[in-house]
Design a protein around this ligand. Structure first.
Ligand code: ATP
Ligand code: MN
Length: 532
């Protein structure tokens, strides 16, 4: 017998999925926690958290993600960036996955992607793991019970970690597969337990669907001023640049930490929860996020803990540097209940420059903003691996190339239009290194970054004196109250100014080389903002 609550005319059988073991529909948090623990998927942690380990995959598998090349979708996909799967291969994959699912238990969660009812997507998540059900319930937006009773899924995502794909038969790369079929409105995930695949699949889907409706889809966090949802800000940035950390600001209302849309109604969170990194999480610098690691139903992934007390070790990266916790937005005391805000007054582009070349904050013209948006620069910092001393610079367009099914110009043009239409002020913020490159300098203090952002967002930074950066052409404030002046000019923070100039020249050259491929597609003003 099936358990739980579901629209009686929309059970899995009605979708052609049958022969399963027990199906648990729309269980709420307590029952999902209980199921995860009883089934041995994880352990109960302090405060009623769920402690899980994802095994082989502790991060996403971007190389195993495929878009199905159905005729209606094919012409719109940026194939240089997305792996192709033929429709016939997908059909075989689906048939084989359904056969594998027979007799096994599944958890179904009917949820919304998108806080704005005008653009939201009704997503059904079918997961083999109870804790994946809990994870996605935290991360997406939760319908009321009345909405569950009438729920009709527009898209269905099936995640079966125990399934192994066959590259020959299924046209994929390995036995791990993420296959997005936009035309069949079906996403299949197999061979990985990393929960982030679930949420980023929904994100990729919205990134495909929304631009056609004139809505900009963005890999960014967002917050707004207390008592004024019209005074909002968005923070673009690749992984590890500080979207989650900096958007959770006790002095602002959190809208969301990772994925948003920008329509004529304003901005809206795609999600209803956060997925925060916990490595070296500080109770002092990030009190709000820290508190969630002891709250009921928070999912804690790949952390080392005391086997008896279940006390978490925030420093031990034994399983991965990418250890995380997932929790609903309500766990953050000053989170927005609607997930909606006005068009951003400030657009911030976060970068973690491990070279220590970029200033902690710079003001960008709209054309420069477009240049940095299309460039999508950050550095992957060397881990604890011995012998790795050089940071790895990466350019990931739109600050999220792995999630962009369409060509970068599609997103670039939409953002340019919106920034122009609403007159947003744009900033580039370096949360990476200062006082030298990785190895010599140190990471920018979170306190300094926060002080600069506060000044940018409350408007006071617009009134200070600026200098023009000789390498990148953007404007850099000369002095900001509460921030050490020396920090603002990275060249001054280096012991050896000539070494700084050499590193800066190297970075400028990397930007120029990377940008060449966009030159044929962009407007003259952005070309002029392109350096080199
Ligand atoms: P993802 O897309 O993977 O979720 P993210 O952009 O949300 O990444 P965060 O999870 O906020 O990134 O990670 C930023 C990390 O860098 C955190 O571990 C934070 O403690 C650390 N950090 C150190 N200094 C700073 C700084 N000045 N600003 C922001 N984060 C900093
Ligand atoms: Mn994040």
């Amino acid at each position: 017998m099936d358990q739980g609550r579901v629209n009686p005319s929309m059970k899995l059988e009605q979708q052609g999925i049958s022969g399963l073991g027990q199906v648990y529909y729309n269980l709420l948090e307590p029952d999902l926690v209980k199921a995860a623990v009883q089934r041995g998927e994880g352990e109960l942690g302090q405060g009623g958290t769920v402690l899980v380990n994802t095994g082989k995959f502790t991060g996403r598998s971007p190389k195993d993600k495929h878009v199905v090349a159905t005729p209606g979708v094919e012409p719109h996909i940026w194939w240089d960036n997305n792996r192709r799967m033929e429709p016939e291969a997908f059909d075989r994959l689906y048939a084989d996955m359904l056969a594998h699912m027979k007799g096994r238990d599944f958890f179904v969660q009917d949820l919304f992607g998108g806080a704005d009812p005008a653009y939201r997507l009704d997503v059904r998540m079918v997961t083999e793991l109870a804790w994946h059900g809990l994870f996605i319930r935290h991360l997406l937006r939760r319908p009321t019970s009345a909405e569950v009773d009438a729920f009709v899924p527009e898209f269905t995502i099936i995640n079966v970690p125990s399934f192994r794909a066959d590259p020959e038969r299924h046209g994929c790369r390995s036995d791990t597969v993420i296959a997005l079929n936009f035309e069949k409105k079906l996403i299949l995930i197999g061979g990985t337990e990393y929960a982030g695949e679930n949420k980023k699949s929904v994100f990729t889907l919205l990134n495909y669907i929304l631009p056609e409706m004139g809505v900009m889809a963005m890999h960014c966090s967002a917050n707004h001023a207390i008592d004024d949802p019209e005074d909002s800000a968005i923070f673009f940035g690749l992984s590890g640049t500080g979207k989650t950390t900096l958007s959770s600001d006790p002095a602002r209302v959190l809208v969301g930490d990772d994925e948003h849309g920008w329509s004529d109604n304003g901005i809206f969170n795609f999600e209803g929860g956060c997925y925060a990194k916990t490595i070296n999480l500080s109770a002092v610098a990030e009190p709000e996020i820290y508190a969630t690691t002891k709250n009921f139903a928070t999912v804690i992934e790949n952390m080392v803990y005391d086997p008896e007390t279940k006390e978490l070790d925030f420093t031990d990266a034994k399983y991965t540097e990418n250890m995380r916790c997932a929790y609903p937005l309500e766990q953050i005391s000053n989170a927005s209940s609607t997930g909606l805000a006005g068009a951003p007054k400030n657009v911030i582009m976060l970068t973690c420059d491990a070279y220590g070349v970029l200033p902690p904050i710079a003001r960008l013209t709209p054309a420069q903003a477009m240049y940095h948006f299309l460039s999508g620069f950050t550095s992957k910092t060397p881990g604890t691996e011995r012998g790795v001393v050089e940071p790895e610079p990466t350019f990931s367009t739109c600050f999220g190339a792995p999630f962009m099914p369409r060509r970068p110009e599609v997103y670039g043009k939409l953002l340019q239009e919106k920034i122009g239409q609403y007159g947003a002020t744009c900033w580039l913020v370096n949360t990476g290194w200062t006082g030298g490159s990785y190895g010599t300098g140190k990471r920018m203090p979170i306190k300094a970054t926060r002080a600069l952002l506060t000044a940018a967002l409350d408007g006071s930074l617009n009134d200070v004196a600026f200098r023009k950066d000789p390498n990148f052409g953007f404007e850099v404030p000369v002095a900001v109250p509460g921030v050490d002046d020396a920090l603002l000019d990275p060249r001054q923070t280096w012991a050896d100014a000539a070494a700084y100039d050499a590193k800066a020249a190297q970075l400028v050259a990397m930007f120029s080389k990377n940008f060449e491929k966009y030159l044929p597609f962009i407007d003259e003003d952005v070309k002029a903002a392109a350096i080199g």
